[in-house]
Design a protein around this ligand. Structure first.
Ligand code: FPP
Length: 253
């Protein structure tokens, strides 16, 4: 973790922040606008939050843009989202590069149009050398899909003799997931309290923060509130509080 000084005092940013961006539809409905205008406004919030995370010292940011289940939405909305993804990647690529943000799209991209796939490859190649922050956009992503594709990769490696089944470790599985690093803080906006099949393995020890702010309204202040919550948590990873605080452990037995 990196210590930073911000206007609200000294704040420690999570190393890996994951965000479930929810509430675009309700934001639009509240304004009697079509749902797609909520997604367009949501894309502006994406830009704001990426910028803020890079400033605040987040090392890796994973955003849930489109779940494996989102194909079930009306085709008009799905098509509008696809167009928005293409436009956003095209528009933001050079800025991501200039700001040192290594960008990856994680998920099963094979179902996307050739145009979108081409934009994805372009931005990934363009930003491959960037090192200020890693940005993962999860698209056609599901946590169970990720674990399953990782298991398939491990099975192949075992069948080819590169790994032995008996020696497999959790680290081996992490390495072949589309996002390898454990999540430190997971935020969900829009008031719902669910993980919705996002980063199931990687979020095993994540702190969870649920915000009522609808995603298109989400800004740096909201982010700082979530980080303040994160800073107040004692992360025990199965240990006792005394162990975590390096206090002498008096055995009660
Ligand atoms: C959830 O809100 C949001 C989505 C399924 C799409 C997320 C897309 C964006 C933020 C737009 C652009 C993204 C990128 C990466 C450029 P919802 O539609 O489920 O909202 P609701 O719960 O209020 O209906």
């Amino acid at each position: 973790m990196q210590n930073i000084s911000e206007n609200s005092g000294s704040i420690v940013a999570p190393r890996h922040l994951a965000i479930i961006m929810d509430g675009n539809g309700r934001w639009a409905k509240n304004r009697e606008k079509p749902r797609v205008s909520g997604h367009r406004e949501g894309a502006k919030a994406v830009r704001r939050v990426i910028t803020a995370c890079a400033q605040l010292g987040v090392q890796e940011l994973t955003l849930f843009a489109f779940s494996s289940e989102n194909w079930k939405r009306p085709s008009l909305e799905v098509n509008a989202l696809m167009t928005l993804f293409v436009e956003s990647i095209k528009r933001e690529s050079s800025s991501l590069k200039e700001n040192g943000i290594r960008t990856k799209i994680v998920g099963d991209i094979s179902r996307f149009s050739p145009t979108l796939q081409e934009q994805i490859h372009k931005v990934e190649q363009l930003t491959a050398d960037c090192s200020l922050m890693n940005l993962n956009i999860a698209a056609n992503y599901g946590g169970r899909w990720d674990i399953l594709q990782a298991c398939k990769q491990l099975t192949e490696k075992c069948m080819e003799g590169q790994l032995a089944v008996d020696d497999l470790t959790e680290a081996d599985l992490s390495q072949v997931l589309s996002v390898s690093k454990d999540v430190d803080l997971m935020i969900r906006t829009g008031g719902e309290k669910r993980i919705s099949n996002f980063l199931m393995w990687q979020a095993a020890y994540a702190e969870l923060y649920f915000s009522n702010t609808l995603w298109p309204d989400y800004d740096k202040e909201d982010l700082l509130e979530a980080f303040a919550f994160f800073n107040g948590r004692e992360r025990r990873f199965g240990m006792t509080s005394a162990q975590v605080q390096n206090k002498e452990v008096k055995d009660a037995n």
